[in-house]
Ligand binder design. Structure first.
Ligand SMILES: Cc1cc2nc3c(=O)[nH]c(=O)nc-3n(C[C@H](O)[C@H](O)[C@H](O)COP(=O)(O)OP(=O)(O)OC[C@H]3O[C@@H](n4cnc5c(N)ncnc54)[C@H](O)[C@@H]3O)c2cc1C
Length: 446
């Protein structure tokens, strides 16, 4: 008898995500407790998995589709992120920009097709504006270097014929209520999500077109006769085709070993602000990404759970994808300082929630995408822009698994494969040194 492919490492996220905690509705989970048969099994209910199911249901309305997640929907990274579904590439300000111009145009087109797909889901499922709205974002800058970085960014936006608006320090103060930022660039194409509300809406919207089982971790995946069989602690699913949409945990299934970098990011959310406190924080909602990606992302939200501010910064390299409570608490200290630097008059406001989440990167910035073995597909490793890229990978893998090499699937397949990492422990030494240097460089914007 063939040995079972055991899943050796199950997802674990430290801290409670504020995005999910502030929601008023938490429907009970349905767990897999029997043996089921289907045409398509999707493992992982994040951006990639849920988008794959939606696309499959569009292409194969009669197919039996099952989706399994180890946790509740929105408990994983898709419900723990900062909610920027970004259309523009991150590194438009890089100095070797000229060589990447064509690639940037391609990435923008692909990211926008993912945002359009998410928008059509939000409209079809009647999601609230706070769950999904294409309201744009601002790239904020503090310090001489950051301001000049933003100017380079603006120049490249011009070359790409992309609309943007420069904001001076007064405009940044009017937007955020904070005197911290010296300038900013507003670009209109980013969709701003309440990520937990969005992914839960996506899951609910699927209705009876797919069966979702939560708290049902896949602990082994094996081919038996013609079918793939995924086992969970209390049941199993036998499927003709399986899509792995497990982000960095594709490695726990034995694929892309030593090709993926597992990074932990951290975020905090304040308690609900009072009316007087809200008054000091500018417009009703806003989202600021830092001019240096290693610095602080900040958002103001207003809706379910009241008005709150979310701060995201710091990162750790975690090859086992796990982080301790002590490490989380340490990172939370930086959030308190970053918030107080922007809002000294609100430094008494507690951070009610503090959490961490996983980000999967590859050395050459590409996804772990494609057919791995007959009937087994991967839509994993979304790199920096996971909300858009995860959605895109999900759409494309659904097309590949059901229709073959469509135009979209071909575009993703034409990218390189993830490159091998240097031999351990050189990889960890190198990545940690790089992160330390990046955070040091970004210290004025932290
Ligand atoms: C604090 C933070 C802020 C971020 N901010 C942003 C942002 O603003 N914009 C952006 O684009 N990206 C952001 N990201 C990154 C983004 O969240 C991820 O890139 C994105 O969630 C990846 O989507 P995915 O669907 O591929 O994977 P995930 O969202 O990780 O979904 C994978 C799912 O697979 C499930 N799974 C894993 N193993 C198993 C198993 N054995 N059995 C069953 N299920 C399993 C997990 O439980 C999980 O739900 C941020 C991340 C963090 C942590």
């Amino acid at each position: 008898m063939k040995a079972l492919a055991k899943v050796t490492n199950l997802p674990m996220d430290t801290g409670v995500s504020g995005w999910d905690a502030i929601l008023s509705e938490h429907a009970p989970a349905i767990t897999l407790e029997e043996n089921q048969l289907c045409d398509f099994l999707i493992i992982g209910a994040g951006f990639a998995g849920l988008s794959a199911v939606r696309r499959l249901a569009q292409l194969k309305p009669a197919a039996r589709i099952i989706i399994l997640d180890a946790k509740r929907v929105a408990e994983g990274p898709a419900g723990r992120n900062s909610g920027f579904m970004i259309d523009l590439p991150h590194d438009l300000a890089s100095s070797d920009y000229a060589t990447t111009h064509e690639n940037d145009l391609k990435q923008i087109r692909l990211n926008r097709s993912a945002i359009a797909f998410a928008q059509s889901a939000a409209e079809e499922y009647g999601l609230a504006k706070e769950a999904f709205a294409i309201s744009g974002k601002v790239n904020g800058a503090v310090g001489k270097k950051a301001v000049s970085h933003n100017h380079t960014y603006a120049k490249h936006l011009d070359e790409l014929n992309e609309p943007f608006k420069m904001l001076d320090s007064d405009a940044m103060k009017a937007l955020t209520g904070s005197g911290f930022y010296q300038s900013g660039i507003y670009t209109p194409g980013t969709a701003m999500l309440q990520p937990a509300l969005y992914v839960k809406g996506l899951a609910q919207g699927l209705g009876n077109r797919a069966s979702l089982f939560e708290n049902s971790p896949v602990i082994s995946l094996n081919k038996e006769n013609q079918n793939w069989v995924a086992k969970t602690p209390k049941g199993s699913v036998s499927a003709q085709k399986v899509i792995l949409a497990t982000n960095g945990h594709i490695e726990s299934f034995g694929h892309f070993k030593r090709k993926l970098l597992h990074v932990i990011l951290y975020a905090s959310m304040t308690r609900e602000l009072s009316a007087d406190e809200t008054h000091l924080t500018g417009e009703k909602t806003w989202g600021i990404t830092p001019s240096d990606p290693a610095a602080t992302t900040m958002r103001k939200i207003s809706g379910t759970g009241g008005t709150r501010i979310i701060t995201r910064n710091r990162m750790s390299y975690a090859p086992d994808m796990k982080i301790t409570n002590a490490r989380l608490a340490q990172m939370g200290e930086t959030h308190i300082t970053s918030f107080a630097k922007r809002y000294p008059e609100l430094s008494h406001v507690e951070q009610e929630y503090l959490w961490s989440g996983r980000l999967c990167l590859s050395r050459n910035g590409v996804s772990a995408f494609g057919e791995l073995e007959e009937g087994l597909y991967s839509a994993c490793c979304q790199n920096g822009l996971g909300a858009a890229r995860g959605t895109l990978s999900g759409m494309a893998i659904a097309e590949l698994a059901s229709e073959g090499e469509t135009e979209l699937a071909r575009e993703i397949l034409s990218e390189e494969n993830p490159q091998k990492l240097p031999i351990a422990p050189l990889d960890a030494i190198g990545v940690r040194a790089f992160m330390k240097w990046s955070e040091h460089k970004a210290r004025h914007e932290l």
